[in-house]
Structure formats: C-alpha cells, structure tokens
Design a binder for this molecule. Sequence first.
Ligand code: ADP
Ligand code: MG
Length: 285
Amino acid sequence: MLELITGKDINVMYEDFHALHDIMLSVKAGELIGIIGPNGCGKSTLLRSINGLLKIESGELSVNGLDVRKVSLEEMAKMCSNIPTEFPPDFNLSVYEVVMLGRYPHRKNLWWETPEDETVVKNALEMFGIDHLWKRDITQLSSGERQRTLIAKAYVQQPRIMLVDEPTAHLDIRYTLEVMQYFRDLIKREKDIAIMIAAHDLNTVAKYCDRIIMMKKGSIMAYGTPEEVVTERNIREVYGVAADVIRHDNGIVMIAKHPLPNNENIDVPAASVCETDVTDSPDIL
Ligand code: ADP
Ligand code: MG
C-alpha cells in the first residue's frame, strides 16, 4: 500500500520546550491510526506537525511523498484536512456554509461556488446525516451534529489524509460510535486515504483503529495493532494505571482499575516498554 505519511527522527520544539522526540512514522493508504497517551504527551503537536502548522526542528517528514517544509498551505489543504475537537464558538455560519468552507482549496472561482462544489457539499450533507440542518447556525447544533458537520467539511476537501483531534471528546457513547464508524466507512469507501485520530478512550480506539500509536512525554512508546499496544503493561507504564485487558469478540476491552502510586509508574525508555518495540517494527522504519 502507498505510504502517505513518512517521518524519521522528527523533533519539535516550542521555544525551549522539547515537545516531540525522534518520532518515526509510517502511515499507509487505507489505514485508520489512533494516537493515544496522557494529556500533554504530544498528540496534538504531532498532528499539527504533519499538516505543516508547526515547524519541525529536525528530522524528515513527508506527506503524500512531499517534504512538509516545502509544501505551501494551499497545497497542504488539498492533501490534508484537519478536524478539530470544537469549532471556534464565535463563527456564525450555517451548516451549509461551514461545509462549503472545505471546498476552499479546490475553488476555481473565489467569488461563487460552482455546480460541482454545490453537488459535493449536498452529497456530504446527506452522507453525514445533516442535510435537514443545512440552514441551521453551527452554534445551534448539538455536539454530535457539530462534529458531523466538521467531518463533512473535511470530507469535501477531498484530502488524502484526515487528521482528527479528539473527535469524540464531548460525545455520548452512541454518537462516539457513530462518528468512529463514519471514519471506518470512509476508509472502506475511499481506500486511498488515511485517517489519524487522537483520542482518549482506549476502548473506542482499539475497536475502530487498525493500528495505534501510544505516546508519552513526546515519544512514541508503542506502535502496532490494538492487541499489541493496549496491554496491561503499557497502560501501567504510560498512564500509571492498573488495568485489566480482556479479549472479546470485537477485539479487546480495557478496564481501568485504579491509579498506581507514583513510584510504580516508572519512567523507562521506549525500547523496554513496548510489547511491539518501535525499533522492531518493520512498518515504521
Ligand atoms: P496532547 O495533545 O497530547 O494533550 P499537546 O501536543 O497539546 O499534548 O502538548 C504537548 C506538550 O507541549 C505539553 O506539555 C504542552 O504543554 C506543550 N505545548 C503545547 N502547545 C504549546 C505551545 N503553543 N507553547 C508551548 N508549549 C506547548
Ligand atoms: Mg491535544
């Protein structure tokens, strides 16, 4: 399968704070990749480096075969769409207008939409079940409806890569499952796209994602299939939490038991943490 994101030894700094350490990445078309890890471990920073919003300090990072440092914002918007957790609250636009914003990188005419833009947007409104809301102001939607609007906006951008930051943070369990299923269906339908999703709910990520990146303090601690990454040992080392991981018809289920005393959450180098050690994984190198 075609490799859409390739990263080697990526380091990112916020002034003097070293936010990402020697990140290796390999994401192929057709993959739904989850990014998990405690608050502040660098999930959003990683997503923002991939789409060129954050400059990488050192290393190599290419998207769709192009060096992110050499790609213009407009070119990047054609390849990569971002789905933030929330839409800026002071944006008084209708659902239709928000989704149409996603067409911006493709607009042949900046002043009015072409029939093609309108068709693509209408199809997306139907596909994500928000066509009946098309006139509604985005601020007057439920979290689930707003999230679907943001996914529709990203979809009409017709990207190769979707970068999604905590899409289900404000959603109830039904909407959470629906939103993750939309991403799963998109991968199945489009095939030549890849989706990366940062999220906190390990069970949801394990259920829907092909592979998972587990981060801690700016480093990748484990990378592999849900079964390889969501292990009792990794949860203990990365989150400082005692958990049971149980095999289930749908894969695995994690039950968090209790936080461990600080001294049990030992900081150990990545190589000794991972059941799927990053350096052992041929996919990532
Ligand atoms: P996550 O998304 O996993 O919660 P982030 O990528 O947002 O983590 O943040 C990673 C680390 O970088 C955190 O320690 C955070 O405080 C720091 N950080 C994030 N954004 C900035 C910024 N603009 N300036 C300085 N430090 C930042
Ligand atoms: Mg974040």
